[in-house]
Design a protein around this ligand. Structure first.
Ligand SMILES: [Fe+2]
Length: 480
C-alpha cells in the first residue's frame, strides 16, 4: 500500500527533512524565499469528484488573513500555508477527493478553516462548484472574491501554481467550464504531477464529452509520475477514458492493474465495471462486485451499486434489482446529484422493462426539488424532470423547465448545452414521465444527435435511449 503510506508524515516533518529554510514572512504576511534550492522542487497537487456535497456542513468563515509560508505537501509540491497542520488538512482533502471517500464532506468543511492554506480554499471551491447547487456555487464565489482581494493586497498569499488554480476556479464560478479546462491544461504543462489539476480536468472534460482530451492529459503527465505514489490513479483515469472511447481491452487491463495496486481506488473499480457493462458481460460483472461489496461506500459507492444493480436488467432478475435499489441505491437522506440520478435511472429502467416499481417515485420528489434553481448540470436536470413528472409534481417540473429555459440564455458553457440539447431532453423526459409519448418522441428525436454533449457516460446516457424507445412504443400503442 505504497499509495497510502506515502503521505503519512506531517508537512512539518517534510519541511524539516528537506534541509532548507523555506521562507520567512514580512509584517504583511508576504512570503520571502530564503533558499533558492526550492526552485528545484516540483510543485503539484491532485483531486476528484464530490460525493454528497449537498449534505456537507456549512463552509468555513471568510475574511481571516494569516502569515503565510511555503511548505511541501504530501506530493512534494510547494504550498502556501500558515502552518504545517494546514498543509496536512490540504493533503487530507485531496486524498479524500481522490479516493471518493464518504468522509469527503466532513474533510471539505474542515480543510479551509481560517484561510490557513489558500489551495484548500480553491480545491474546496472547485468541489463546491461540482455540487451544482446555488448555495455551493455561492460558497465557491465567496472563496474567489476573498482570495482575489487578499492576493491583490499581498502577493505572498498564493504562489504561481496556486494563482493558476484560482484562475481556473474563477472561470468555473463564471460558468466558463472550457476556460477552466484551458487553465488546468496550461498548469499541467508546467507542473505535470499536479494531481488536483489533473483530476479536476479529468472529471470536467468527461462532463464535456472530451474523451480524447482526457487520454491526452494523462499521457502528457504520466512520465513525471514514474515511481511516485498515486501513479496507479493515472492508469485508472486513462482506463476510464479509454473505456468511453470503446477501447475496452486496454481499458480493462489498465483498470484491473490499478485496482491491484490499491483496492480502495473506486474510480478504477468503476472503470472495470464500465467495460463489463458495455460488453454485456453479466457474469463477470456480478463476480467483480461480489469480490468488493464492502468497499462500495459513500455516494460514489452508491453509483457502483447502481452499476451492480443494472446488470440484473440483463439477467432478468428484476426483483434483485429492486432489492438493491431499496438496500443500496435509494438516496435516503442524501441529496447529491449522483445519488439522485442513480436512483432515478434505476426506477426508470425498471419501468421501461415493464416492472411495477410501486410507490417508490414520490420519495425522490423532495430531493429533486431541492436541486431546483441552479441549472449548470443539464444531464442531472434531465433526470430530475422525469422524477418530478413520475411523482405527479407537475408544478415543480414546470419550475425546473422554466429555470433551464432561463439559464439557456446565459453566455456560459451550461447555457450552450441547455440550448442545443439539455432543454429539449429535459422536456422529453418530463413529457414521457407525464404520459405524453408523442411530445416526448418528437423532442427526443430533435435532440438525439447532440445528446453526447450532455456529458455522463455511455452507460448513463443509455437511459435516454431507453426513454426514447419507450416513447416510441407509447406512440405505437396509442395509434392502434
Ligand atoms: Fe459509471
Amino acid at each position: 500500500m505504497a499509495i497510502v503510506d506515502a503521505g503519512l508524515r506531517s508537512a512539518y516533518e517534510r519541511k524539516i527533512d528537506s534541509g532548507t529554510s523555506f521562507a520567512s514572512t514580512t509584517t504583511s504576511g508576504a512570503t520571502v524565499r530564503q533558499d533558492e534550492a526550492l526552485e528545484e522542487e516540483p510543485m503539484y497537487v491532485q483531486s476528484a469528484e464530490p460525493p454528497g456535497l449537498s449534505n456537507a456542513p456549512d463552509g468555513p468563515s471568510i475574511g481571516v488573513t494569516l502569515s503565510q509560508q511555503q511548505f511541501i505537501d504530501r506530493y512534494d509540491l510547494e504550498v502556501t500555508a500558515a502552518d504545517p497542520s494546514a498543509v496536512d488538512r490540504l493533503d487530507a482533502l485531496v486524498d479524500a477527493y481522490l479516493r471518493m471517500s464518504p468522509d469527503l464532506p466532513g474533510v471539505l468543511a474542515a480543510a479551509p478553516e481560517s484561510h490557513s492554506a489558500a489551495l484548500s480554499e480553491i480545491a474546496a471551491g472547485c468541489l463546491f462548484i461540482q455540487a451544482h447547487t446555488s448555495t455551493d456555487h455561492q460558497r465557491a464565489a465567496a472563496f474567489v472574491q476573498s482570495l482575489e482581494a487578499r492576493h491583490s493586497d499581498d502577493p505572498g498569499v498564493l504562489n504561481e501554481r496556486e494563482t493558476q488554480h484560482l484562475a481556473a476556479l474563477a472561470r468555473l464560478v463564471a460558468g466558463d467550464v472550457e476556460g477552466a479546462c484551458d487553465v488546468w491544461e496550461r498548469l499541467l504543462g508546467r507542473w505535470p504531477t499536479d494531481l488536483l489539476a489533473l483530476r479536476l480536468s479529468h472529471f470536467t472534460l468527461f462532463n464535456r464529452g472530451r474523451l480524447t482530451d482526457m487520454v491526452r492529459l494523462v499521457d502528457q503527465s504520466i512520465d513525471a509520475w514514474e515511481g511516485r505514489p498515486y501513479r496507479s490513479y493515472l492508469d485508472g483515469m486513462k482506463a476510464f477514458a479509454l473505456e468511453e472511447l470503446g477501447q475496452y481491452r486496454d481499458a480493462e487491463r489498465l483498470a484491473r492493474a490499478a485496482v491491484d495496486v490499491d483496492r480502495s481506488d473506486l474510480w478504477s473499480i468503476h472503470a472495470v465495471a464500465h467495460v463489463l457493462e458495455m460488453e454485456a458481460r453479466a457474469a463477470d460483472g456480478l463476480a467483480w462486485f461480489e469480490e468488493r461489496e464492502d468497499d462500495l461506500v459513500g455516494a460514489f459507492g452508491r453509483h457502483l451499486w447502481w452499476h451492480h444493480a443494472i446488470i440484473h436488467l440483463r439477467t432478468g432478475d428484476h426483483q434483485r434489482l429492486l432489492d438493491l435499489y431499496d438496500q443500496r441505491i435509494q438516496p435516503g437522506e442524501a441529496r447529491d446529484g449522483l445519488s439522485l440520478t442513480n436512483a432515478i435511472d434505476s426506477l426508470a429502467r425498471l419501468e421501461f422493462s415493464g416492472v411495477n416499481v410501486g410507490d417508490r417515485w414520490p420519495a425522490l420528489a423532495a430531493p429533486a426539488q431541492h436541486r431546483l434553481g441552479h441549472h449548470d448540470h443539464p444531464f442531472n436536470d434531465c433526470h430530475y424532470a422525469y422524477a418530478l413528472a413520475r411523482s405527479g409534481e407537475g408544478q415543480a417540473c414546470e419550475r425546473l423547465l422554466q429555470g433551464m429555459r432561463s439559464w439557456s440564455d446565459r453566455p456560459t458553457t451550461a447555457g450552450r448545452v441547455l440550448t442545443v440539447v439539455g432543454l429539449d431532453t429535459a422536456r422529453a423526459m418530463a413529457a414521457l414521465g407525464s404520459g405524453d409519448s408523442t411530445t416526448a418522441a418528437d423532442l427526443f428525436s430533435r435532440s438525439r444527435a447532440e445528446r453526447w454533449k450532455l456529458g455522463g457516460s455511455h452507460a448513463q446516457r443509455r437511459l435516454f435511449e431507453l426513454a426514447e424507445s419507450s416513447a416510441r412504443a407509447g406512440e405505437v400503442s396509442r395509434s392502434r
